[in-house]
Design a protein around this ligand. Structure first.
Ligand code: ADP
Length: 244
């Protein structure tokens, strides 16, 4: 099966410091792939390159056969790659529903974005997303009143309303309770039925429970890839990452 997203020989240079030194990564449709590795390995920089936030000095990002390397962030979202950053960035004064409304209106073309009202279909989509994120009973509360976990789910829901084919998540369970982590893992599994998910994560229990594929990074390079069992048996990983 061809990958939906491919990074080829990505190099990122921050004023002479090579944060990524020729990174190759494939993501396949419907896959849950975790990016792990010690602090400073280049995981976040790689997500930044994929979503267009950071420009690579060299290399290519190909998505469904289209070269996205030089595209801007909003163009990349339109092509089908959504990114949720680590800290929730919802509009706290707006209701949960209004946050989702803003997100769905971003899908409109310029003419219809001017129309204030949601269509019946758009309302139905939001209601379905409120159900998926377990926020239906909070729909008319200001988003600022949600718990940390609920804000994260709201934001993931907002990204999903953009109908991505690849969702990038940066430490989605940071700061969550045990029950919220479990719920997030199950939500990610449900998302992956339709959309590939690439996740930067430090919590190894979470990775063990929910990873289908794991890519280990170290000092700006890919160290190894495979199932969690496979990467755990890799000697280099044990040395640099698991401290054995
Ligand atoms: P990780 O997510 O694996 O912890 P990062 O991608 O955040 O690693 O960082 C990789 C390296 O690049 C680190 O050494 C970090 O200090 C450096 N770095 C990240 N962003 C910048 C930047 N904007 N300017 C300079 N150096 C940066």
């Amino acid at each position: 099966m061809n990958p939906i997203l491919s990074c080829h020989d990505i190099i990122v240079d921050f004023d002479g410091f090579k944060a990524l030194q020729g990174v190759n990564l494939d993501v396949h449709h419907g896959e849950i792939r975790f990016l792990i590795g010690p602090n400073g390995a280049g995981k976040t920089t790689l997500l930044d390159v994929i979503c267009g936030k950071t420009k690579a000095a060299d290399g290519k990002v190909m998505f469904q056969g289209v070269d996205l390397t030089k595209r801007r962030e909003h163009e990349i979202v339109r092509h089908g790659i959504a990114r949720k950053f680590q800290n929730p960035s919802v509009f706290t004064e707006l209701t949960v529903f209004e946050n989702m409304e803003l997100s769905i209106k971003q899908n409109r073309n310029l003419f219809s974005v001017m129309k204030a009202k949601l269509t019946a279909d758009e309302k139905d989509e939001i209601t379905a997303m409120l159900e998926r994120t377990d926020l239906l009973d909070r729909a008319y509360d200001p988003a600022g009143l949600l718990s940390h976990g609920q804000k994260q789910w709201l934001e993931i829901g907002m990204q999903l309303l953009q109908k991505p084919e690849v969702l990038l998540l940066d430490e989605p369970i940071a700061g969550m309770t045990g029950a919220e982590r479990e719920k997030t893992g199950l939500f990610i599994q449900e998302i992956a039925e339709k959309c590939a998910v690439l996740i930067v994560e430090h919590d190894m229990d979470f990775v063990r429970n929910f990873a289908e594929q794991v890519t280990v990074m170290h000092e700006g390079k890919i160290l190894c890839e495979g199932s969690m069992e496979e990467v755990q048996q890799n000697e280099l990983v044990a040395e640099v990452y698991l401290g054995r």
